[in-house]
Structures are given as C-alpha cells and as structure tokens.
Design a protein around this ligand. Structure first.
Ligand SMILES: O=C(O)CCC(=O)C(=O)O
Ligand SMILES: [Fe+2]
Length: 352
C-alpha cells in the first residue's frame, strides 16, 4: 500500500481504538529514537515558564508599581518564551471545570457516538486526526475534536456533539468568555509594548476563534511517539487548558514542561503575532509528550485575524534599529499548513 493510503487507513482508526485493542504504535507513528528523554524543567520545583497575574495588567487595573512590573514581565515573557501561564484572568473555576469535564466526557464515550461528528482525513473541523501529513512525517498519538466558534456564522452546529448533553451550552459559555478575554488581551499586549491599544485592530469583531479538544491516550512506548509533533501555531495567540502536564515549550534549544497550575490558562503566541510585532514577540515552538501511565485532555482555543486580510508588521515596530523583518502576507494559513504537513515552519516565507 502507498504511504498516503496507509496513513489514511490508520487515521480512519482512532488512536483510542488502537489502545483499546492493545496495539503497539504502528510504524507511521514512530518519531522518536527511544532515547530522547530531554526535559529541562530541572529538578527544581519552580518552572522557568513565566506566570503572569492578569488581574494586575488588565485595562481596569490601577497603575501601581506592582502592575507596571507585571506588565514588564509580560513583555519579557512574550519576547523570550512566546508563552506564559495566566492566572487572575477572570474566568471562574466553575466554567473552567465544566469545559474540562465535557471534554473528558466526550472522549470517554463509545466510538460510535463520537463518530457521529467525525470528519474525513482531509477536513479540519469535526472529530478525528489532523489531515494526512506528507511522506516521511509521523502521525500524532492523539484524537481531537475541532469546532469553529467565531465569527458566529462560521459555526457548523451539525458538528457540535449532542452528547454529553451539557457540551453545547458549556462550549457556548466558554467561547463567550474566551472571546471577551482575547479582545482585552490584544489591548494588554499592545500596552505592554507601549503602543496604541488598538494596534492589533484585526483582532476585533471579525477575528476567528476555533476550539480544539485534544485527547492523548496512554501509550506503552512514550519513548517512540509524540502526542503532538513540534510546531508553532499559525494563530495570533492560543489559549490552552490542560488537566495533566505533557505540553512542552522549546527555548534555547531545550524542551520545558509546562507545569500543572490550577485554573491557569496557557497563552502561546503564534506566527501571526510574531509577524505583526516584526519579531519582537516570538511564536513559541511546542509539542506534547505521550505518557504510559496517564491519559491527558486539553482544550485549545485559537485566535486568528480574519483570513481575507493582509497582515504585516505594525509601523510602530519597524524602526532604524529594528528594520522590517516580514512582508505583508495574505492567506498565510494556507502556506502554514503546506509546511506543517512537511513537519516544517512556514514563517521564513513571510520574511523580507
Ligand atoms: O494539548 C496541548 O497542550 C497543546 C495543543 C496544541 O498545541 C495544539 O492543538 O496546537
Ligand atoms: Fe499548538
């Protein structure tokens, strides 16, 4: 069988099914040499991944010495790591617990129930796996459910699962809260850079928000597979809720595990934000490890400028000391996916 056909056959069977059937990872999933156990979280109990208290930097916060310091810390996190863990974001524990609960309940259902909202291997939205990667690229040891949320006319309610019954209302509520937070955060990011708060004006009403529920089954050979291959997101920024650790961020040639922090939202900047800030903010490379003992759930929300817009560096960030690094790009998403399927970054295609 040709490789692409073989991958399609594999992808039409979910990872969860293979695990239930007690199968070893097939060759197309193998991407590690069994020795790479690098994790530079270190033995210290304190992770170097920055934690930011958003209650100190939101536009409503009073400008005190502490809030100014927190804003500087945010800027530094986004310029060096391209990510941070956010606490004090204002979304209640009960809303966060509910969305994590429905994510878990959805994946715990029998396969037949989940397949009611299945996608084909070529589509993005629905239940399944990422589209088939190009030859030579490994498959991810995970299952996912992708749903478009905003603008509202992009919603395909026929792909919103009917079970668990609370999923629809819970997602609706979470989407609304995240949408409000994203609009505020675009302003906070601008504020941290000392520019007009509407600097990222594309990230307004027409911006798109997509949800991706991820399920990482246990794997008896976590030394051979990855839950998710190393990648940067195409987004302006992504917000991730995790139940267990497993997500790692690449910095200075090392992988750092994002620790479990109750109620924290993990913010990860994507390629669009790196382009808009002319490289001042970084798009963070990340991946997800497999685990032989614990399954893992996460809910990722992706926030993007509208696809039809041309996106380029803001004038504020193009100066004599910091010359223009990126062109204006249109439909960068398409280019991004072409490279993603080859296991490569696309951002060089936007460089001048
Ligand atoms: O599951 C996670 O923590 C990360 C998910 C992710 O990076 C993605 O869906 O792009
Ligand atoms: Fe990602």
């Amino acid at each position: 069988m040709a490789r692409a056909e073989e991958a399609e056959v594999l992808l039409s069977k979910r990872v969860q099914e293979m695990v239930l059937d007690g199968e070893e990872p097939p060759a197309l999933y193998i991407c590690r040499d069994g020795e790479d156990t690098d994790d530079h979280t270190g033995n210290s109990t304190v992770s170097p991944i920055p934690v930011i208290d958003l209650s100190l930097v939101l536009p409503s916060a009073a400008p005190t010495d502490i809030s100014i310091q927190e804003l500087q810390k945010l800027r530094s996190a986004l310029s060096s790591w391209g990510c941070f863990q956010a606490v004090g974001h204002g979304i209640s524990s009960s809303v966060l617990d509910e969305i994590k609960k429905v994510a878990k309940e959805f994946f715990e259902q029998p396969l037949a129930e989940k397949k009611k909202v299945a996608k084909t291997v070529k589509e993005f939205e629905g239940y399944g796996a990422d589209p088939v990667p190009e030859a030579g690229q490994p498959l991810d040891w995970s299952d996912r459910l992708v749903l478009e949320l905003y603008p509202q006319d992009k919603r395909n309610y026929n792909l919103w699962p009917e079970k668990p019954e609370s999923l629809r209302d819970t997602l609706e509520e979470y989407a609304k809260e995240i949408k409000m937070l994203t609009e505020v955060m675009s302003k906070v990011f601008a504020k941290s850079l000392n520019v007009d708060q509407n600097c990222f004006h594309e990230l307004g009403d027409q911006a798109t928000l997509t949800a991706r529920f991820n399920y990482y089954s246990c794997c008896q050979r976590p030394d051979l597979v990855l839950g998710l291959k190393p990648h940067t997101d195409v987004t302006a920024f992504s917000m991730i809720l995790q139940d267990e650790p497993g997500l790692q961020i690449r910095k200075d040639g090392k992988w750092f595990t994002v620790p479990k922090l109750p109620d924290a939202l993990i913010f990860i900047l994507g390629d669009y934000m790196e382009i808009m800030t002319n490289g001042i903010f970084k798009s963070a490379m990340h991946r997800v490890l497999s685990n032989s003992q614990t399954e893992r759930f996460s809910v990722a929300m992706f926030y993007n400028p509208p696809e039809e817009l041309e996106i380029g560096p803001r004038d504020d960030f193009v100066t004599e000391e910091n010359p223009r690094l990126f062109k204006n790009v249109k439909d960068y998403v398409t280019t991004y996916w072409q490279f993603y399927e080859r296991g490569q970054r696309a951002i060089h295609t936007a460089q001048v």
